[in-house]
Design a protein around this ligand. Structure first.
Ligand code: NAP
Length: 267
C-alpha cells in the first residue's frame, strides 16, 4: 500500500466489468489511490489499474480493520449482483466505521415478448423445477453453486465456467468428483448470438439456467433461447442491501465527487 497524504484511498470491491472500468477511471485521477479487491476465485483475472489486493478480508470485522488500517476514504461495492455475502459485509463494515459507501448494481434483464422464463429464487429451486424434457440443460451460473444439480442424476447438463471447478471453491460442501451427466465447457464473455446459437445447437440444448446478472456480455444466450423457443430458468436477484445504490460507473463517479472530493470533476 502506498501512503500519500495528498491522496484519498478508495477501496473498490471488484469482480465485475463495472469494477474494472471504474478502476481505470479512478486511477487517472491525481487525488485518488484506488485499491481494487478481488475474492481470488479466478486464477488469471484481468488486472485492473491501480493497486490490487486478492482474497477475503475475514468477514465484517476483518473488513473493519482493513478500512481503519488503510485509511479508506470511501468504498465502492462493484461486486457481482449475486455476491450477496460480501455486499452485506461491506455495508456493515462501512456503517461501523462511518465510511461513505456506494453500491453499483446494474439493472436486471427484463422479460421480452417471446421469452419463456421461469423465475426462481435460487439455484436449488432451479435444480428442482427442471424436468426430463428440459435436458440437455445449459448451466450458465458459474462454477461455485453447481452442487445443487447433483440432486438430478436423471438429467444431463452442459455447464459453462471460466475455468475448471476446484473442490474448495464450491459454496456448499466440497465436490471432488463431478458425475458423468454433468459436462464442463470453458468460456469467458462477452458471448455473441452467433456463438451461443452454434453452441446450443451443437449440444442440442433444451433449456438454459442462468442468474439474472443483467450483464450485456452474457445476454446473447437469452436472445438465442427466445429464437429457439427454449425455456429459461431465471434465478432472480437477491435483495440489494440498504444504502446508496447507482446503476453504472458514471453515477458512481458523480457520487464519489459529492461525497469525497470538492476538486475537479471526476466524470
Ligand atoms: P460472496 O458469496 O458474496 O462472498 C464470499 C466471500 O468471499 C466473502 O465473505 C469474502 O470473504 C470474499 N469476497 C467476495 N468478494 C470479494 C472481493 N471482491 N474482495 C475480497 N473478498 C471477497 O461472493 P461470491 O458469490 O463467492 O463471489 C466472489 C467474487 O466473484 C465477487 O467478488 C463477485 O464480484 C465475483 N463474481 C461472483 C459471481 C456470482 O454469481 N456470485 C459471478 C461473477 C463474479 P471474507 O468474508 O473473508 O471477507
Amino acid at each position: 500500500m502506498i501512503y500519500q497524504e495528498d491522496m484519498k484511498n478508495i477501496l473498490l470491491l471488484g469482480g465485475s466489468s463495472e469494477g474494472f472500468e471504474l478502476a481505470e477511471k479512478l486511477h487517472l485521477h491525481p487525488e485518488i489511490h484506488v485499491i481494487s479487491s478481488m475474492a481470488g476465485r479466478t486464477s488469471l483475472p484481468r488486472k485492473p489499474k491501480g493497486e490490487l489486493r486478492v482474497g477475503g478480508f475475514g468477514g465484517t470485522e476483518g473488513l473493519v480493520d482493513y478500512i481503519k488500517t488503510n485509511n479508506i476514504a470511501a468504498i465502492i461495492d462493484a461486486t457481482h449482483p449475486f455476491a450477496e455475502k460480501i455486499s452485506r459485509n461491506v455495508q456493515q463494515a462501512a456503517s461501523k466505521t462511518a465510511c461513505p459507501c456506494l453500491m453499483i448494481c446494474r439493472p436486471p434483464w427484463q422479460k421480452q415478448q417471446g421469452d419463456q422464463w421461469h423465475e426462481v429464487k435460487n439455484v436449488q429451486e432451479a435444480a428442482d423445477i427442471l424436468t426430463t424434457e428440459n435436458a440437455p440443460v445449459f448451466l450458465t451460473i458459474g462454477r461455485l453453486e453447481l452442487a445443487a444439480f447433483l440432486s438430478r442424476p436423471d438429467l444431463s447438463f452442459i455447464a459453462r465456467a471460466i475455468e475448471p471447478p476446484k473442490p474448495s471453491d464450491s459454496k456448499g460442501p466440497p465436490v471432488c468428483n463431478w458425475p458423468d451427466n454433468l459436462q464442463f465447457i470453458y468460456g469467458k464473455g462477452p458471448f455473441t448470438v452467433k456463438g451461443e446459437r452454434e453452441l446450443m445447437e451443437t449440444y442440442g440444448i433444451r433449456s438454459v439456467v442462468t442468474k439474472n446478472s443483467g450483464s450485456p456480455a452474457a445476454y446473447a444466450k437469452i436472445e438465442v433461447a427466445r429464437t429457439l423457443e427454449l425455456p429459461v430458468i431465471m434465478i432472480k436477484r437477491p435483495p440489494v442491501p440498504e444504502g446508496p445504490v447507482v446503476k453504472n460507473t458514471k453515477d458512481a463517479l458523480t457520487w464519489l465527487e459529492a461525497k469525497v472530493f470538492t476538486g475537479p470533476d471526476l466524470t
